[in-house]
Design a protein around this ligand. Structure first.
Ligand code: PLP
Length: 371
């Protein structure tokens, strides 16, 4: 007979998922109630308010999509793009490429702006692309590229898009809760994230927010959204608020308890304090790695504190080191992705994982394993 699955605890310092706060694990186990129960509906309203705080927005159309970050990504693309539209997509890592795939599958055309992996999106190239493509409907970019650890200047890029009357689709899967993100102040239009990174919640939900301008575009589409499940016009029948909520899909009740708790924790700490904690833990990890002679892929000016891509020292067996960290220290760090596979490790300091004990564990373990 197969026994119940009871995994060994690990310390998660990879590119996500991050360590889940025990308060969230406790919340997940609370009694399941109906998805139209008045208590549940009250909690949904609170999730919306808490997400508005996390995203720094007043957008009405703010909710968690009931599926992982990739579904939030897809929700932004399928709702804003129609066949024949044109999108400018910035690629400086794995997730920009995934955006291009989404554009194509919407029957739209992607104009790409490429930057080297490990560098931020270059605003000059974006400006040139916007000038050359006055018919572009959206500018798409990744705020925090998890494959490299580079942060792009979302405020400047969104400003350029606005000057050219272009909407923005912005990936904040790794940035939300970890570094400054101001959806309204920066004028971002369609923004998606994930729960398993700096919110330290379990994977499987994707917070999204749409500006009024984006919501208007969605309401006035010529063709219906090709995805029934992700069509915001339909999802809002359930998430839209007020007394008239109707069944759309069965919400992941307990997963939403977890998200609620993670956002309560973020609110208690305060967004700015959470950003400062990530920066402080990064500084102490960077000092320790420097002492070990391990260098960073990304320059400090635009490096993400929560995703540290470091160069694997010469002659070191990537998989063997990661295997030893897992086996001897129950410590997970991430492998390189795409073009950086085998060349870098990605050490995450995300959400609950961004703490002094984790930094010390990682540095001690690496020092011992690398001797
Ligand atoms: N975008 C970025 C920048 C990510 O890092 C990830 C996941 O790592 C995703 C999108 C996709 O999220 P998920 O794996 O939750 O579908």
């Amino acid at each position: 007979m197969i026994a119940s699955f009871k995994p060994r605890a690990r310390t998660l310092m990879g590119p996500g998922p991050s360590d889940v706060n025990p308060r969230i694990l406790e919340a997940l186990g609370r009694t399941t109630i109906g998805h139209l129960d008045p208590q549940f509906i009250e909690m949904m309203d609170q999730i919306k308010q808490l997400l508005q705080y996390a995203f720094q927005t007043k957008n009405e159309l703010t909710l968690p999509v009931s599926a992982p970050g990739s579904a939030g990504m897809e929700a932004c693309f399928v709702n804003l793009l129609e066949p024949g539209d044109k999108a400018i997509v910035c690629i400086n890592g794995v997730f920009g490429n995934r955006m291009v795939e989404n554009v194509k599958r919407c029957g739209a055309t992607a104009v790409t702006v490429e930057d080297d992996w490990g560098k931020p999106v270059d605003p000059n190239k974006v400006e040139a692309a916007l000038q050359a493509n006055p018919d572009a409907k959206v500018l798409c970019f990744v705020h925090a590229e998890t494959s490299t650890g580079a942060r792009s200047d979302a405020k400047t890029l969104a400003g350029l898009a606005q000057q050219h009357d272009c909407l923005t689709i912005v990936d904040t899967v790794t940035s939300l809760g970890g570094v400054e993100l101001k959806v309204d102040e920066w004028g971002l239009d369609a923004v998606y994230s994930g729960t398993q990174k700096c919110l330290s919640c379990t994977p499987g939900l994707s917070p999204v927010t749409f500006s009024e301008k984006a919501a208007e575009v969605i309401r006035n589409r010529k063709a219906p959204v090709q995805s029934w499940f992700l069509d915001m016009n339909l999802v809002m029948g359930y998430w839209g608020g007020g007394a008239k909520r109707a069944y759309h899909h069965t919400a992941p009740i307990n997963a939403l308890y977890g998200l609620h708790e993670s956002l309560v924790i973020l609110q208690e700490e305060g967004l700015e304090n959470a950003w400062a904690r990530h920066a402080k833990m990064h500084a102490s990890l960077a000092a320790g790695l420097d002492a070990l002679g391990i260098g960073f892929v990304v320059k400090s000016d635009y490096r993400l504190p929560q995703l540290n891509a470091v160069t694997i020292p010469e002659g070191i067996d990537d998989a063997a080191v990661r295997g030893k960290l897992l086996q001897d220290y129950d410590l997970e760090i991430g492998a390189g992705l795409g073009a950086l596979a085998g060349k870098v490790w990605r050490i995450g300091l995300m959400g609950h994982s961004a703490n002094a004990e984790n930094v010390a564990l990682c540095l001690n373990a690496l020092e011992t394993v690398l001797i």
